[in-house]
Design a protein. Structure first.
Lengths: 495, 1074
C-alpha cells in the first residue's frame, strides 16, 4: 500500500510538470495584442492633431527663427539658446523638429483623414486638405524642394524623392481646390474637434481663398503670369477672404499654452528670457511713432533709474554686452518667458491684417479689382485691433510709412513696398516666419541690417532653412545640403 | 547497437558476480570542502585494483568492496584522499581544492556543475574571496580586472551606482548588450531604468543586478560566449554571469555564524584641473579689436573670464541692506574640492549556515547604509537584505530546495546633467575666487533664498546655490524585491534524474522626483551686475515600475558510463518564461508645475496631471532543449546542444526557431603523463566551440498603433486633451508583421595550460561573434510620415583575444606570492545596416551623437569638430584667428577601448594577506560635458595662460592654393573661442578615455586557531581595504574619471554629461565566525 502511494506521488509529479511544461503553446503565447495603444482611430480625432502640429511649427521653431531673421527679436546677451540664428550659422539639427512636426504629425495625419473610408467626413476631409496645403506651403517656403509625390507612403517609398518647389506649389492649389467642395455647410460638422473655427465652414472657405491668394502672390517674381491668371480665376468665384485670424485659442492650462511660451517655460529652458527686442524693428516703429511698439514689446523695468524704458540692442550684438537693459517681446506675442499671460498669446496661421494686405497687393499689382488704399488702411486697423493699440487713424495719416507711403507711390513696386512694409509691422512677434518669407520674395522692408554676429559673407542673409539632419542621415534620396544663402525657387537672389 | 547492449549485459553480469564474491557495500556522498556542494563525477577506486565507480549528479556513490579495502577518492582540481572502508558501510568524504585557477568545477548553464576540463569554452570563475577583497558593495564592479574578455564600467562606484558589464563587445545594435545574470540557476532582472527627461538630465538609479550582496556569494562564473549559454536561449546571446550563493555545508550540524562588517569612507576620485589666474567676470570685444576689454567685473557672473587676480580686497556678490561682502580678489584653489564631504558607509552581513549530509541551510541578514560625498544627507542609499537557502534530501529519492532573497532599498540620488538640479553642473560653474565651500549656511542672507520676500542673495544669477539644491530637490526611490526559486529533484534510478524548478523575480521600484517651486528676484540694490530672476514652477513626479518574471524549467538527465572509457549523458529540458512589466509615470502638469510651494502631491498640480507613461507589457517564451555530453576517458569531451524557442513577440509564422551548439575539449596533457614534457606541463587543454543563438524581441512590434496626441517642440509640447478636445495621432513606429528571430553565431577556440605543478597557468581564447538579422527600429525619413521602421537587418561582429595568466613565483608554508593578470582585445565592427542607413543613433544629443555606423566600431562618436590639415594642425579663419568647424559631422572614435589589461597580486605571510589589483583600459574616447562647461565658464586649465594676442595653438591658415601656412601671428580670442565658437564643434570635447586604476587593494590579518584558543571565535580576520583608489589618465583628460557615465548601464556610454562624480572608497573591515 505504501509503495503504491509512493508511485502515485511520483506519477502525479511527472504529470504535473509535464502539464505545466507542454501545455498548449500557441494559446499561452497569444499575448502580443498591444494593451496600451489602439490600432485604429476615428479621423475626427486626428483632426486636432494636424491643427496643433501646424500651430506648433508656426508658433514655436518658425516663430523663433522667423522673428530673429526678420529682425524683430535678437538673442538675449544673458542667455544663449538661439545664438546660431543670429550667427546665421544654424545647423541641420535645428530643423529636425519643425520638419518632423510637419511630415510626421501634420501631414501624415491629414493624409490618414483624407484616405479614410468612414462616412460623413466631408467637412473633416475638407479641413484636412487645407491643413495639407498649408503644411506643404510652410515646408516648401522654408526648405525649397521637398518630398511630395513620394512622401507619406513608407512601404512604397521608404526614401521619398524631393520634388521641385514649382511642383509643390502646383499641388497646393490642387489641394485647396479639392477642399472647397467638401467645405459644405450641410455636411456633418466636426464642431469642437476643429480647433480653429469650431466647424464654421464659411470661415474655412475664406481661409481657403486667402491661402490661395497668398500662394499665388508668392509666385509674383518667378511666374507672374501664373500668379495673375490664378488670382483672376480666384476672383471670378467672388471669393470671401478672412476677416478674422486663423488661430487656435491657447489657454493657461499646462500643455495647452502658446507653444513658444510653453517651450520657454519648460523645465529645460526654465523661463530664461532668450529673446529680446532688436533695434532694427524698434527703430522702425519709433521712426513712425507707432503706438504698437509698446504692445509688441515690454518696457524694461529699471530698479535704479526712475523711468522704465523701451530698450533694444542691435541685431546679433549679444556678445558685446552693450547694455544690460533690454526690453523683451511682450506677453501679447507670447514672448515674455516669465509672464504667465504669455500663455494665451495666439499663433496666427493667417491673420486678418495679412488678408487685407494680400488683397491690397493683388489690387496694387493690377491682378484684382478693388481699392488698394482702403484695403491697406483696413490692414493697418486690423493690426491695431489685434494689438489693442486703438484707433489707427492718426498713425495712418501721419506716419511716414503710413498711407502716404502708398498714395505717394508711383510704381507698382513702390506700392508693393509700402504694403509689405506695413505687413511687416503687423506681423511683429506674431508672424515672424511669414514676414521673413515676404522679405525673401519682395526685398521689403529695406531697413534690415546684417547681424553683428554674422558668420557669413558681408551683405548676405539667410534665404532658406537647412534640410534637417534626420533627412540627411536617413533618406537615400537626400538631395544634398543647400546653403542658407541660396534663394528658394520663387525667392529673390538679393532681396 | 546490439553489440553495445550485449556489452552492457555482460558488464552487469560481471558486477553481479563480483557482488557475490565480496560482502561490503559502501555508500556515501562526496562533497567539496569549499562550498559543501556535492561533486558529481568524482572517482572512487579501490586502492591497488582497477575496481572503481563515479559519483552521480548528486555526488553520491555506491560501491561494493572487499573488507578493509582502502578507497581512493579523487576529482580533478581536488586533492585526492585515501580512506579505509568502514564497517558501517557509510563513508562521506569531503575533498578540498588543490590549486586554484585550474581544474575547478564550474557552474554552467541551468546550474549544472561541470568539471572545467570538460568544457569546450572559456568559463572563468571568481571565488568569494577574490570578489570581496576590495569590499565593493557591487558584485559586478568587483569583477573588474579579474576576468578576461569582460568590459566593466562602473559609473560612480558608489553604492547603488550603475555598473555595465559587456562580454566580448556585445551583440546588439540597439538592444541589450549585457549578459544574463543568473542566480542559483534562475535568471534575474538587470534593468537600469534611468530617470530624467533625457540623458542630459539623467538620474542614475543603478542597475538591479547590483542588488545582490557580495557577502552571500560563493562564486561567480562568466560564460562569455553564446555557446556557454545555449541552454538559456535568446536571453543569453550576450553570455551569462552565473552567480552561486552560499549554502549550508556538511558541518555535522554545527551552526556556523559569520559576521562581516565594513566601514567605508569615500572621496571624489577626480576633479577637473582648474586655472588659478583669472577670477569672476566676462570679456567684451574681440582679441583683435582696438576696444578689446579684458575682465569686466560682474558680481553675478558664473564666468571666470574676469581680470587677472590682484589679491586686492574688494566687494563681491549682491549688495543687501546697503552692505556688500568683501574678500580678496585671489584664487581659491580648493573651493570645489572642499565643497565635498567625506562619504560614509557601513556594511554588515551576518551569515548563518549549518547542515549535514541530508539537509543544509544558509541564512543571511545584511544591511548597507551609505551617505555619499555631497554635503548633508542628500545622497543616501540604504539597502537591507534577507536570504534563505535551504535544501533537504528526502528518503524516497526526492530532494527539495529553496532559495529566497528579499531586498529593501531606499535612496536619494542627486541629479546629473544640466537642469537647475544638476549639482555638478552648478558647482563647475563657480568662479575661481568664490568660496562656494563656505556658502553652506543658507540662513546667511548672502548665501540663501528668502521664501518670504522671494529674493535671493546668492552671488550667482545663472546657477543656484548647490547647497540649496541638495536640500530642496530630491530623487527618491524605494525598491522591494523578492527573488528565489523552489526546486524539486527526483532520482528514480542512479542514471536518471528529473529536476523541476520554478524561479521568481518580482520587484516594485517606486520613485518620487521632487523639484521645488520658487520665483526669486535678486536682493541686490546696487543695480550692478546682470542679475536675473530665478524661477521654477516646481514639479512632483511619481514613477512606479513593476517587474515580474516567472521561469520554470523541467530537466530530465540520463547518464551512462560505458566500460571502454566512454561516458554519455543526455539532458532534455523544457522552459517556460513570462516577463510582465508595468510602468506608470505620472507628474504634476509639466509646464504648470505646482500650485502651492512645498506640497509634493499630485493633488497639487497646476493644471491636469500629466500621465507621462502608462505601459503594460507581457512576454512569454516556451523553450525545449537538449544537451548531449560525450566523453572519452579523462581527456576527450564533446557537447552538443539544440534548443527550440517559441516567443509571443514574433509573428505566428516565425515564432518558433531552433538553434544548435557544439563544443569540444581535448585535455592533451593526459597523454603526456610521466613524460619529460608532462613533468613540465602539468595541464594542457585545447577547446573549441561553435554556437548559434536565436533571439526574439520586445512585445507589440507587429502593428502600427495610435496614441494620444502630444506635439513636441524642442523642449515643450502641445498636449491633449486640449481643454475638452481629445486627439489621437498615428504612432511614429511602423509595425512589421513579418519579423524573424535575430541570429547570433559565435566561434571560439582556446587553450588552458599549466606548468610546474600548476605554479603557472594561462588561459587563452580567440573568438568571433557575429550577430545578424537584428530586430531594429531604424530611423526612416520623417518625410515618409513615420519616424521608425521595425526591420530585421544589421550585422555586428566582434573578434578578439583573451588571455589570463596566473603564477605563484614563491610558495612556502609561511610565505606565498601570487601574480595574476588578464589581457583583452576586442575589435567591434558594424558590418551592415539596413538599406540606406549609414548609422543608427544609440545616444547623445542633437550636436553629439553616439552611433553604430557601418564600417566603424560600435559606440562611435559623431559630431562636428575643428578642421585640421593633413598634419593634424588646426585650420583657422585668417580673419578672426578662430578655428574653422568641419562642414559635416565626423567620426571621432568609439567608447570601446582598444585593449584592456589587469595585473593583480596576492602576498601572504603567515596570517597577513596583501592584495592589489590594477586595471587598464586603453584607446577609447568619451564626450566630456565637464570639459565643455569648465572651458565655457573659463575655469578649465585650458583657459588659463595668456587669453589674447596669441595664435591658436598649432594652427595654420590656407593660402589661395589651399596650402597650409603655419599661423604665427594671427591672434584669436580665447574667450570667444570657448564661450561661442566651440559650441559649433562639440567634437572638440571628445577626450581620450584611457586610464590606469588601482582598482582594489587590501591588507588583512587572520588570527590563527592558537591565538583564538580561549575565545569563542572560529576565525577572526581584520583588514583595511580600498577600491577605485587611484586613477591615472592621459594629460589630455584633465576633467573626469573616464568611467563616469550620465546614463547608467545602457548602450549610451562614454557620455559625461555632468554626471555624478566617481569616488574612491577606503575603510576597514572585520570578519568573525563563531
Amino acid at each position: 500500500m505504501k509503495r503504491k502511494y509512493n508511485n502515485l506521488k511520483r506519477a502525479l509529479f511527472i504529470v504535473l510538470v509535464a502539464a505545466f511544461g507542454f501545455s498548449g503553446c500557441k494559446k499561452i503565447l497569444d499575448v502580443n495584442q498591444n494593451p496600451n495603444n489602439p490600432d485604429h482611430a476615428d479621423p475626427t480625432l486626428l483632426l486636432p492633431t494636424t491643427q496643433a502640429a501646424v500651430s506648433q511649427v508656426v508658433g514655436n521653431s518658425f516663430q523663433v527663427f522667423g522673428n530673429i531673421w526678420a529682425e524683430y527679436w535678437t538673442q538675449s546677451p544673458v542667455a544663449s539658446q538661439y545664438k546660431s540664428m543670429d550667427q546665421y550659422a544654424p545647423i541641420a539639427t535645428n530643423f529636425d523638429n519643425p520638419w518632423l512636426n510637419l511630415y510626421r504629425v501634420a501631414l501624415v495625419n491629414s493624409d490618414l483623414i483624407i484616405k479614410s473610408n468612414q462616412a460623413g467626413l466631408d467637412n473633416v476631409k475638407g479641413i484636412a486638405y487645407l491643413m495639407k496645403a498649408y503644411s506643404f506651403q510652410l515646408a516648401t517656403d522654408a526648405f525649397g524642394d521637398i518630398p511630395l509625390s513620394q512622401a507619406l507612403q513608407p512601404t512604397v517609398y521608404p526614401n521619398p524623392k524631393y520634388d521641385k518647389q514649382q511642383a509643390v506649389y502646383d499641388s497646393i492649389f490642387v489641394y485647396i481646390h479639392k477642399a472647397l467642395p467638401l467645405l459644405n455647410a450641410n455636411a456633418v460638422s466636426p464642431g469642437g474637434q476643429d480647433m480653429i473655427y469650431q466647424g464654421d465652414m464659411s470661415k474655412w472657405i475664406a481661409f481657403a481663398n486667402t491661402l490661395e491668394l497668398r500662394a499665388y502672390l508668392r509666385l509674383s517674381n518667378i511666374d507672374p503670369n501664373t500668379a495673375q491668371a490664378g488670382i483672376a480665376a480666384l476672383y471670378q468665384t467672388n471669393p470671401t477672404f478672412l476677416t478674422e485670424d486663423a488661430t487656435i485659442t491657447y489657454t493657461s492650462t499646462g500643455g495647452n499654452e502658446n507653444p513658444f511660451y510653453n517651450e520657454a517655460a519648460s523645465p529645460t529652458l526654465g523661463k530664461i528670457q532668450n529673446v529680446v527686442a532688436s533695434s532694427t524693428a524698434v527703430n522702425a516703429f519709433t521712426g513712425n511713432n507707432d503706438p504698437r511698439l509698446a504692445k509688441f514689446y515690454t518696457l524694461f523695468i529699471d530698479k535704479v533709474s526712475p523711468v522704465d524704458s523701451l530698450e533694444s540692442i542691435p541685431q546679433g550684438s549679444y556678445i558685446q554686452y552693450p547694455n544690460k537693459k533690454v526690453s523683451t517681446p511682450s506677453p501679447l506675442v507670447g514672448g515674455r518667458a516669465n509672464d504667465p499671460t504669455s500663455a494665451t498669446a495666439p499663433v496666427k496661421l493667417l491673420s486678418a491684417a495679412e488678408s487685407y494686405f494680400l488683397q491690397a497687393e493683388a489690387v496694387a499689382r493690377g491682378w484684382a479689382t478693388g481699392n488698394a488704399s482702403a484695403l491697406y488702411t483696413q490692414g493697418i486697423q486690423a493690426s491695431f485691433d489685434a494689438t489693442g493699440a486703438g484707433d489707427a487713424t492718426t498713425y495712418i495719416n501721419t506716419a511716414p510709412d503710413g498711407l502716404v507711403a502708398l498714395t505717394g507711390a508711383a510704381s507698382v513696386n513702390a506700392k508693393v513696398k509700402a504694403i509689405i512694409t506695413q505687413k511687416y509691422y503687423a506681423m511683429c512677434g506674431f508672424q515672424g516666419f511669414e514676414a521673413w518669407t515676404e522679405w525673401r520674395r519682395t526685398g521689403y522692408p529695406v531697413f534690415w541690417v546684417q547681424s553683428a554676429a554674422t558668420t557669413i559673407a558681408a551683405g548676405q542673409k539667410p534665404l532658406r532653412m537647412l534640410y534637417p539632419n534626420t533627412e540627411l542621415t536617413s533618406n537615400l534620396n537626400y538631395p544634398g545640403t543647400v546653403p542658407i544663402t541660396t534663394p528658394v525657387w520663387w525667392g529673390l537672389a538679393n532681396p | 547497437m546490439k553489440k553495445n547492449i550485449l556489452t552492457c549485459l555482460l558488464l552487469l553480469l560481471l558486477c553481479v558476480a563480483q557482488a557475490y564474491a565480496q560482502d561490503l557495500k559502501v555508500t556515501g556522498t562526496v562533497t567539496s570542502k569549499e562550498d559543501g556542494l556535492p561533486i558529481p563525477g568524482a572517482t572512487i577506486k579501490v586502492k591497488g585494483t582497477t575496481t572503481g565507480t563515479q559519483t552521480d549528479i548528486k555526488g553520491q556513490y555506491s560501491i561494493t568492496v572487499p573488507q578493509n579495502a582502502i578507497l581512493v577518492f579523487s576529482f580533478l582540481g581536488y586533492t585526492s584522499t585515501e580512506q579505509s572502508a568502514p564497517a558501517s558501510g557509510v563513508l562521506n568524504v569531503v575533498l578540498s581544492t588543490e590549486i586554484k585557477g585550474l581544474n575547478e568545477v564550474v557552474v554552467t548553464s541551468q546550474n549544472i556543475r561541470r568539471e572545467k576540463r570538460t568544457l569546450g569554452y572559456s568559463a572563468p570563475t571568481v571565488s568569494a574571496n577574490e570578489l570581496t577583497q576590495g569590499e565593493n558593495p557591487s558584485v559586478l564592479t568587483s569583477l573588474t580586472g579579474r576576468v578576461a574578455g569582460v568590459n566593466i564600467t562602473s559609473t560612480s562606484n558608489t553604492p547603488g551606482g550603475s555598473t555595465r558589464v559587456v562580454f566580448r563587445g556585445g551583440s546588439s545594435i540597439t538592444g541589450n548588450n549585457q549578459p544574463l545574470i543568473v542566480v542559483d540557476g534562475v535568471p534575474i532582472d538587470n534593468s537600469s531604468i534611468v530617470s530624467g527627461a533625457n540623458s542630459l538630465t539623467a538620474v542614475d538609479f543603478g542597475n538591479r543586478g547590483n542588488d545582490i550582496d557580495p557577502n552571500d556569494i560563493e562564486s561567480v562564473t562568466a560564460l562569455k560566449g553564446p555557446a556557454a549559454a545555449a541552454l538559456y536561449g535568446s536571453r543569453a546571446s550576450n553570455g551569462a554571469l552565473m552567480i552561486t550563493t552560499k549554502s549550508g555545508t556538511n558541518r555535522a550540524k554545527k551552526l556556523e555564524i559569520t559576521l562581516n562588517s565594513a566601514v567605508t569612507l569615500s572621496s571624489v576620485l577626480k576633479l577637473p584641473t582648474f586655472q588659478n589666474e583669472y577670477g569672476q567676470g566676462y570679456m567684451s570685444g574681440s582679441a583683435t579689436s582696438a576696444g578689446y576689454v579684458t575682465g569686466i567685473d560682474d558680481a553675478s557672473d558664473n564666468f571666470s573670464w574676469g581680470a587677472p587676480f590682484t589679491g586686492q580686497v574688494q566687494p563681491w556678490g549682491q549688495q543687501i541692506d546697503g552692505v556688500n561682502q568683501m574678500k580678496p580678489y585671489s584664487a581659491l584653489p580648493n573651493n570645489i574640492k572642499d565643497f565635498f564631504s567625506t562619504g560614509f558607509a557601513v556594511d554588515n552581513n551576518v551569515g548563518i549556515a549549518s547542515g549535514d549530509d541530508k539537509s543544509s541551510f544558509y541564512m543571511a541578514l545584511n544591511s548597507l547604509n551609505s551617505n555619499g560625498i555631497y554635503p548633508g544627507n542628500s545622497d543616501i542609499y540604504d539597502k537591507y537584505g534577507v536570504r534563505f537557502n535551504g535544501k533537504t534530501k528526502l528518503s524516497n529519492n526526492f530532494t527539495a530546495s529553496i532559495n529566497f532573497n528579499y531586498n529593501k532599498i531606499q535612496g536619494n540620488t542627486p541629479s546629473n546633467g544640466q537642469n537647475a538640479n544638476g549639482i555638478w553642473n552648478a558647482l563647475m560653474q563657480t568662479p575661481r575666487d568664490i568660496p562656494i565651500n563656505k556658502m553652506g549656511d543658507l540662513g546667511n542672507k548672502y548665501n540663501g533664498y528668502n521664501p518670504i520676500t522671494n529674493t535671493y542673495g546668492f552671488y550667482g544669477a545663472f546657477v543656484l546655490n548647490p547647497y540649496w539644491v541638495l536640500q530642496n530637490f530630491s530623487n527618491l526611490d524605494d525598491i522591494n524585491r523578492v527573488t528565489g526559486d523552489v526546486n524539486l529533484t527526483y532520482q528514480p534510478a542512479q542514471w536518471l534524474s528529473i529536476v523541476e524548478r520554478v524561479g521568481v523575480d518580482s520587484y516594485s521600484d517606486r520613485r518620487k522626483l521632487i523639484t521645488p517651486k520658487y520665483d526669486f528676484t535678486p536682493a541686490d540694490e546696487s543695480g550692478s551686475g546682470l542679475w536675473i530672476d530665478e524661477t521654477n514652477n516646481g514639479s512632483y513626479e511619481i514613477d512606479q515600475y513593476n517587474v515580474n518574471e516567472v521561469v520554470h524549467d523541467l530537466m530530465i538527465t540520463a547518464s551512462h558510463k560505458f566500460d571502454n572509457g566512454f561516458a554519455a549523458s543526455l539532458l532534455l529540458g523544457n522552459n517556460f518564461r513570462e516577463r510582465s512589466t508595468t510602468s506608470n509615470l505620472t507628474s504634476t502638469n509639466t509646464s504648470g508645475g505646482l500650485v502651492v510651494p512645498g506640497w509634493y502631491n499630485l493633488n497639487n498640480s497646476n493644471g491636469p496631471v500629466d500621465v507621462l507613461t502608462d505601459l503594460i507589457s507581457i512576454k512569454r517564451t516556451v523553450g525545449f532543449y537538449a544537451d548531449l555530453n560525450l566523453s572519452y576517458k579523462e581527456f576527450l569531451f564533446l557537447e552538443g546542444t539544440l534548443r527550440n524557442d517559441r516567443s509571443s513577440t514574433l509573428p505566428l509564422n516565425n515564432y518558433s526557431y531552433f538553434y544548435p551548439s557544439v563544443s569540444g575539449s581535448f585535455v592533451f596533457s593526459e597523454l603526456l603523463k610521466n613524460t619529460a614534457i608532462g613533468n613540465f606541463l602539468s595541464y594542457g587543454k585545447l577547446r573549441s566551440s561553435f554556437a548559434q543563438v536565436g533571439s526574439d524581441t520586445n512585445p507589440y512590434q507587429l502593428l502600427t498603433t495610435y496614441g494620444s496626441t502630444t506635439v513636441n517642440g524642442s523642449f515643450g509640447n502641445t498636449k491633449f486633451p486640449f481643454g475638452n478636445v481629445s486627439a489621437l495621432q498615428v504612432g511614429s513606429v511602423l509595425g512589421n508583421a513579418t519579423l524573424k528571430p535575430e541570429q547570433t553565431r559565435s566561434f571560439e577556440v582556446g587553450t588552458e595550460l599549466a606548468f610546474l605543478q600548476n605554479r603557472f597557468s594561462l588561459d587563452f581564447s580567440y573568438y568571433v561573434n557575429d550577430s545578424k538579422n537584428q530586430i531594429l527600429s531604424i530611423p526612416i525619413p520623417n518625410s515618409t510620415g513615420y519616424g521608425f521602421n521595425t526591420v530585421n537587418a544589421g550585422e555586428i561582429q566582434n573578434k578578439g583575444i583573451e588571455l589570463s595568466l596566473r603564477g605563484t613565483p614563491i610558495k612556502t608554508s609561511d610565505f606565498s606570492w601570487e601574480l595574476y593578470g588578464t589581457f583583452t582585445k576586442n575589435n567591434s565592427d558594424v558590418l551592415a545596416l539596413p538599406n540606406g542607413v549609414s548609422q543608427v543613433v544609440i545616444g547623445g544629443f542633437s550636436g553629439m551623437s553616439i552611433v553604430a555606423a557601418k564600417g566603424y566600431p560600435y559606440g562611435e562618436f559623431y559630431a562636428t569638430t575643428n578642421q585640421t590639415d593633413a598634419q593634424g594642425r588646426t585650420i583657422i579663419n585668417p580673419a578672426t584667428g578662430q578655428p574653422k568647424p568641419t562642414l559635416t559631422a565626423q567620426y571621432l572614435g568609439s567608447y570601446q577601448p582598444k585593449y584592456q589589461a589587469s595585473l593583480g597580486t596576492t602576498v601572504r605571510y603567515k596570517g597577513f594577506s596583501l592584495n592589489a589589483l590594477f586595471d587598464v583600459k586603453h584607446g577609447g574616447v568619451l564626450f566630456s560635458d565637464t570639459k565643455s562647461l569648465v572651458d565655457f565658464v573659463g575655469t578649465g586649465i585650458e583657459t588659463g595662460g595668456p587669453r589674447f594676442g596669441q595664435p591658436f595653438p598649432n594652427s595654420v591658415y590656407l593660402d589661395a592654393n589651399g596650402r597650409s601656412v603655419p599661423n604665427t601671428n594671427i591672434p584669436y580670442s580665447v574667450y570667444n573661442y570657448f564661450t561661442s565658437v566651440i559650441s559649433n564643434t562639440p567634437g572638440m570635447d571628445i577626450v581620450d578615455a584611457s586610464y590606469i586604476k588601482l582598482r582594489s587593494a587590501s591588507i588583512s590579518y587572520t588570527f590563527n586557531k592558537a591565538q583564538l584558543r580561549n575565545l569563542p571565535f572560529g576565525a577572526v580576520t581584520v583588514g583595511v581595504f580600498g577600491n577605485n583608489l587611484f586613477l591615472w589618465t592621459p594629460k589630455s583628460n584633465a576633467y573626469v574619471d573616464p568611467e563616469v557615465n550620465s546614463s547608467g548601464a545602457g548602450n549610451e556610454q562614454g557620455f559625461d554629461f555632468a554626471g555624478t562624480p566617481s569616488v574612491r572608497n577606503y575603510g576597514f573591515n572585520l570578519k568573525v565566525s563563531f
